[in-house]
Design a protein around this ligand. Structure first.
Ligand SMILES: [Zn+2]
Length: 454
């Protein structure tokens, strides 16, 4: 039994009145966010100016607290004055906006002081009307409603019909294995959605072959080649939609669009075409996600151990000839799915080190080639004469990696840059050598560090 937090998202079919209320709540969240940000900025600016006049720290205007709690207190004091219409929306809308602001400010501060890893976080900016609409509810009456399993409920807005059946979540709620923690409504690609954050106690059956190991070589030509010899074709959803997409983009170019310089208002036709383009992209994204979920579910329910490569997706995306195709596969997403689905079933997901030469190594004798062109689709070993499909050879090497342990394998580690995650850094400093990303330092990776994370 594992307790996890999962999201259940349903498309909504609100009535026009309900849609107006949804928009109002999202606007209220944005208003509170901007109100709080303006106050924080004014306070910071005032203190900065006072410092420049040479005032001592005691004489400065006191600093404003950024915690969600105090922002909320300040809002409650000021709301009747600044927003006399506040009672039209649930208080959760304002609280959510201020909580988002507090989180954004904390992230910026931690990033600036070096306490937060990853790319630099900018200071929060005001949200414009075109910002994505969303609103979070953490308290109040929300959840599923009605016996027909076609309705959701939100505070103040009431019971809204869902576009799809809610049975998957309803069954869990009936069985008492799920608890809804929060609800987020959002408007994405022309559709209102509700996403419930749910605490679930899962009991997934173990894999069919708990001791079985499968190596997965992800690629562009075929989506995946398994060490069992099975080839999963790349459905290339984006390429299939490319013809329609080009036609729509030509159509949009002929219509009067948005122009920031002349402040021209886009025409209704342009808006319609843009909505169509967004819908097409959404369709492609959904189809891609569906395929990846099916593959990762099939692999983790069949094999106890799934070995994937740690591909430098960001690096490949910077190659403009590869970028579209790499993005079209969703390799990083696949690795993320395999990691959490394997953990659900008590299995393992192993990620081979980025510098492991899976393609250049002979799966028969272990000899490593110095060079292997991307155009060489068949692997021919100079030592033992093995002739094998290139991707199958790589998949076999990955599968053999778990037992050989000669290279670093990280288990059940969620996605992200491995050089920036805690476990890798800890392992790197333990050996006394800093891990570097730019050079394939063999000594640093030759240690046997099969670390269990989960
Ligand atoms: Zn060989």
């Amino acid at each position: 039994m594992t307790a996890v937090v999962q999201a259940y998202q349903f498309a909504l079919d609100p009535t026009p009145e309900q849609e107006a209320m949804l928009r109002s709540h999202c606007g209220a969240q944005r208003y509170a966010f901007n109100w709080g940000l303006a106050r924080v900025k004014a306070n910071l600016g005032q203190r900065e100016a006072e410092k420049s006049y040479g005032l001592t720290a005691d004489d400065l205007t006191p600093a404003l607290s950024w915690s969600a709690w105090s922002l909320r207190n300040d809002w409650n004091q000021a709301k009747t004055g600044v927003a006399p219409w506040w009672a039209e929306n649930s208080k959760e809308a304002y609280a959510g906006g201020l909580a988002n602001l507090a989180a954004g400010l904390a992230n910026w501060k931690d990033s600036r002081s070096g306490q937060r890893k990853g790319p630099k976080v900018r200071f929060p900016r005001f949200k414009g009307k075109r910002a994505g609409l969303s609103c979070r509810f953490t308290t109040g009456a929300f959840g599923l409603a009605g016996a027909g399993r076609r309705h959701g409920q939100l505070p103040r807005i009431g019971v809204i019909r869902t576009h799809e059946s809610t049975r998957k979540l309803a069954r869990r709620l009936d069985a008492g294995t799920a608890r809804i923690c929060s609800a987020v409504v959002s408007f994405r690609r022309g559709r209102w959605l509700v996403s419930f954050s749910v605490e679930i106690t899962r009991q997934d059956p173990a894999a069919v072959h708990p001791t079985g190991v499968v190596g997965v070589d992800l690629g562009i030509k075929s989506l995946a080649v398994l060490s069992t010899g099975e080839v999963v074709p790349n459905p290339r959803h984006l390429e299939a939609a490319q013809r329609d997409l080009r036609r729509l983009q030509r159509q949009a170019a002929r219509r009067h669009g948005l122009d920031k310089r002349t402040k021209a208002v886009p025409s209704a036709g342009w808006r319609k075409t843009q909505a169509r383009i967004a819908r097409l992209h959404a369709k492609v994204a959904c189809a891609r996600r569906d395929g990846l979920h099916k593959l990762s579910a099939q692999l983790t329910s069949t094999y106890g151990t799934v070995v994937v490569e740690d591909l430098n997706v960001a690096g490949m995306m910077s190659n403009r000839r590869l970028a579209r195709h790499v993005a079209g596969v969703g390799m990083a997403e696949f690795r993320r799915q395999v990691a959490y689905k394997a953990a659900w079933r008590g299995g393992r997901a192993a990620v081979a080190d980025r510098w492991f030469p899976s393609s250049k190594t002979c799966s028969g004798c272990g000899a490593v080639k110095a060079k292997l062109r991307l155009s060489e689709r068949t692997f021919i070993c100079g030592q033992c004469g093995l002739v094998l499909d290139r991707d199958l050879n790589a998949a076999l090497n990955l599968a053999a990696l778990v037992s050989s342990r000669s290279w670093r394998v990280t288990e059940n580690e969620p996605g992200g840059n491995p050089c920036k995650t805690g476990t890798r850094l800890a392992a790197g400093t333990a050996t006394g050598r800093p891990l570097c990303r730019s050079t394939p330092c063999r000594e640093a990776t030759a240690h046997d560090t099969l670390s269990h994370v989960s």
